[in-house]
Structure formats: structure tokens, C-alpha cells
Design a protein around this ligand. Structure first.
Ligand code: URP
Ligand code: ZN
Ligand code: ZN
Length: 477
């Protein structure tokens, strides 16, 4: 069995910071030792890593990625192989990607397709949520068995009519089923029916540039959909997770629901914390590089989101990594913004970007770990196997150097995409070493991972905050 002792570092978890050595045996954390204790029984076969001056944190967990995702006749440009390697470079050791139920097909069929894409390809561990794109009686019946197989979260769309869209009745039925089998519903909360009207009107008026993507998806329609999703979840008594929250109005709905004790949580993504809507108006079709849904928004929304991160009303930062190359993919939308594939390349930069919140004093190092690792593990049934450095947990670790700086950009990133939305952004801090289940994937700038290392992670049922019972308006008594 391999043994690694990570010495002289500062161990940061969501619950505190301590000077300690971390002992890894095989694939697991064996112990946190008082600094300088040395190895308990001699030291044969022991690899030592000196983490002096560095932070030792649980590996990042990104619960929102789309590798090889079909969209508008194209596929997102990162495969499971390239995308998970890029994630590892950035200190993420687990992703949860989205399998998609084909319209007219079964949910199990969707899962099997994505499982076969990922198997033997992933540099890091991976799990799946399921996108339900065609809610039928048969699909509801399938959910129980899928939950037993570790697929404990289901994404629905209030956007994209005719593609992924579910109506309120379908949403309610999935939520009732999820409540009964211990699953979580994840919601893409934008009012797609209203958005489609605005889109048609824009096209009829000859407004076809990328910036119209943002103008036809106003924040109020994200707020409205978030409200509706929350009420439907309340009626069903189902835990709800709002994905890629970008708007102050949507956050206000989440805050209200949480304040009355409802099991609602939300994630935001680095693009909504760092990028301004004006980027979508860049000339020569460059604005297409920033097209994602919901769209990146104005400064006031970013301020609200950072506040939500500080107050705890936003629980998770994931990436919604869904890259499309500018050449040949984003370009499909020249002359018609509705044809621009939606999504941005982010998976490699999440840990660095959110660490800037520590650098600026907005959040503590513990909160950084909580947002990027511990909370996602807890909310999606992976804790304490992942998301912590407790003895017995998977030895997924990052040694992070707070004193190194680097700039982000397409020339140096590892994502399979020909541009960066964070081009030239200066980062204080850098990933130094990445360990996944006891295997060193990255050290001293040398990548040593391989695509056959990552394993499928079956996830447990929802065990987050209690679902209120006996609350008027809920289906639960
Ligand atoms: O623009 C985005 N977000 N693309 C990925 C699909 C989704 O809705 O998450
Ligand atoms: Zn979405
Ligand atoms: Zn997504």
C-alpha cells in the first residue's frame, strides 16, 4: 500500500484551520497528525511532500459540468478525458456531470449513454445527475431504481421549450416522485415560454447580435421561474437546488424560502461573479464567446451574488462548464444569436477564481473550501467520503500555494477550447499538488494523471437540511 505524508502544511477544512500533517494510506486519509509528529511506525515506503507555506484542502468538487454535451447540432468541446484532466489541473478531483434522457427514450438509456462516454476516460472521479427531458409515467417509475443505483438528483428545465422544457405539471410530478424516493430536484429556472416570445420579437426586428441573447433573458424572468420552482417544491415537499443562479431577483426568492425553513439551496458559478454583461456586446461577433444561459449580468447582480456567498444563502459554486470553440462552434450563430451554442469553459479555474474571494477578504479560507468542496459533497450525497479530510475519507487533496500568482488565458489552460473568458485575469494563489484517492495527479507543474484513474461515484440520497413537515401549503403532514 502506498503511503504519503504531507508535512508542515496548513490544513483547511470547512470547519477550521490547523497546522497538521496529513497521512494518506492507499486511497484514504489515514490520520491528521500534530505537525512534526513524524510517521507513526518508521517510514519505509513513505513518500513525503513538503507543504511548508501552503494550504492543504479537500479536493474540489464541481457538481455542474457538461462534457461532450450535445447542443444545437454540436457537442461541447471537452471530452470526459480532456475535461477531467483540465479539472485536475485546477484542483478539482470530482465532477458530477449531467446524463440526458433522450426525448422519446428512457432515463436509464440516457444514463447508459453517458456512462459509456465516461468509463475509462476520466482522470478524476465522476458521478451523474440525470436531465429529464421527457417526463412520462415510465420515467417517474424509473426514478426509484436509478436512485438505488446512486443517481440521486434530477435536473429539470423551465427554459428551452421543445428541447428540455418541462411544464409545471411535469415538474410537480417529478418533485413528488423525488420526495418519495429521497432525490433532489435541480432546476434551470428561467421562464422559457416568455423568453421565446422576446427572442421571436428580437429576430423579427432584425436584432441578431450576441448581445440580444442577454437582452431576451431578463433577470426578472429568472426571478419569476425561481419563485415558481420554489412553490412547486414546497407543495411536493421536495428538496430543491437551483442551478447556475445569476440574478438578484432569483437570490431574493431563495433567501425568502430558506428563511421560512424550506429545503432550498442554490449554486452560482464564477462567470456570474466575475463577468459583465457588456462582454456580450464585443464587436466582430466576439460577444458570442460569453453566451450562456442564464446570461452574465450587470454589476448589481454580481454584488448581490457575492453577498449571498457571504451570508450563506448561496451554498455552492460550481462551473456549468460547457465549452464550445469560437471557431466552428460559437460561429454557428453568426447572424442569428439563437444559434450560438450556450455555455462557457470554466472547469479549470473555479478553485483559483473563488480563492480571489479569500484574497479580497470577502470570504474566509474555510468558506472557500465549503463552497467548492464540502457543501457540494453534502448536498449531493458524497459526504464524508468526499469533501473533507477526516480519517477514512477518500484521499482527494489539493496543496494550494497562496503566495504564487499566475494569469489565466487560452495559451496556458488545459481545456479543449480555443479561447478563455478570463483571458489575462491575474490570480493570486495557485494549485501546487493534486492527489486523487491517494494517487498524485499533479506536482511541480508536471501532470501525472491518466484517463483510466477516475471512478464512478454512486451517491447517497438527500440528507441535507430537514424538509419541513406539517407546513401549510406543502403536500406533507
Ligand atoms: O449555457 C449553459 N448553461 N449551457 C449548459 C446547459 C445548462 O443549461 O446548464
Ligand atoms: Zn441549465
Ligand atoms: Zn448546465
Amino acid at each position: 500500500m502506498s503511503r504519503i505524508l504531507i508535512e508542515h502544511g496548513t490544513v483547511v477544512t470547512a470547519s477550521g484551520t490547523v497546522a497538521a500533517d496529513v497521512l494518506v494510506e492507499g486511497e484514504k486519509i489515514a490520520a491528521l497528525l500534530q505537525e512534526g509528529t513524524g510517521y507513526p511506525s518508521g517510514g519505509e515506503g513513505l513518500d513525503r511532500i513538503d507543504a511548508t507555506g501552503k494550504l492543504v484542502v479537500p479536493g474540489g468538487i464541481d457538481v455542474h459540468t457538461h462534457m461532450e454535451m450535445p447542443f444545437g447540432g454540436s457537442f461541447s468541446s471537452d471530452t470526459f478525458a480532456t475535461g477531467t484532466e483540465a479539472a485536475a489541473w485546477g484542483g478539482t478531483t470530482t465532477i458530477v456531470d449531467f446524463a440526458i434522457q433522450p426525448r422519446g427514450g428512457s432515463a436509464r438509456q440516457g444514463l447508459e449513454t453517458w456512462m459509456s462516454r465516461a468509463e475509462g476516460q476520466c482522470a478524476i472521479d465522476y458521478g451523474f445527475h440525470l436531465i429529464l427531458s421527457d417526463v412520462t409515467d415510465e420515467v417517474l417509475e424509473e426514478m426509484q431504481g436509478l436512485v438505488r443505483d446512486g443517481i440521486t438528483s434530477y435536473k429539470l428545465f423551465m427554459a428551452y421549450p421543445g428541447v428540455f422544457y418541462s411544464d409545471d405539471g411535469q415538474i410537480l410530478r417529478v418533485m413528488q416522485t423525488a420526495a418519495a424516493c429521497g432525490a433532489t430536484v435541480m432546476m434551470h429556472a428561467e421562464n422559457g415560454i416568455a423568453i421565446d416570445v422576446l427572442v421571436r420579437q428580437a429576430l423579427e426586428a432584425g436584432q441578431r447580435d450576441p448581445r440580444m441573447h442577454g437582452e431576451t433573458r431578463p433577470s426578472a424572468l429568472e426571478g419569476e421561474a425561481t419563485h415558481r420552482a420554489i412553490i412547486l417544491a414546497q407543495v411536493a415537499g421536495c428538496p430543491l437546488y437551483i442551478v447556475h443562479l445569476s440574478a438578484a431577483e432569483a437570490l431574493a426568492e431563495v433567501v425568502q424560502a430558506r428563511d421560512r425553513g424550506q429545503a432550498v439551496s442554490a449554486e452560482t458559478c464564477p462567470q456570474y461573479l466575475f463577468l459583465d454583461e457588456s462582454l456580450m456586446a464585443e464587436p466582430d461577433f466576439e460577444g458570442a464567446k460569453y453566451v450562456c444561459s442564464p446570461p452574465i449580468r450587470a454589476e448589481a447582480h454580481r454584488r448581490a451574488l457575492w453577498q449571498g456567498i457571504q451570508t450563506g444563502d448561496l451554498s455552492v459554486v460550481a462551473t456549468d462548464h460547457c465549452p464550445f470553440c469560437f471557431k466552428g462552434q460559437k460561429e454557428l450563430g453568426r447572424g442569428d444569436f439563437t444559434k450560438i451554442p450556450n455555455g462557457l469553459p470554466v472547469v479549470e479555474h473555479r478553485m483559483d477564481l473563488i480563492y480571489q474571494g479569500v484574497v479580497s477578504g470577502r470570504i474566509t479560507p474555510e468558506r472557500w473550501v465549503e463552497l467548492t468542496s464540502t457543501a457540494p459533497a453534502r448536498l449531493f450525497g458524497m459526504y464524508p467520503q468526499k469533501g473533507t479530510l477526516l480519517p477514512g475519507a477518500d484521499a482527494d487533496l489539493v496543496i494550494y500555494d497562496p503566495s504564487r500568482s499566475h494569469d489565466l488565458g487560452a495559451a496556458t489552460h488545459h481545456m479543449a477550447v480555443d479561447y478563455s473568458v478570463f483571458e489575462g485575469l491575474s490570480i493570486t494563489g495557485a494549485v501546487d499538488t493534486v492527489i486523487s484517492r491517494g494517487t498524485v495527479l499533479l506536482s511541480n507543474g508536471v501532470y501525472r494523471g491518466h484517463p483510466n484513474h477516475g471512478r464512478f461515484v454512486p451517491r447517497n440520497r438527500y440528507s441535507g437540511p430537514a424538509i419541513p413537515t406539517g407546513v401549510p401549503g406543502t403536500g406533507r403532514s
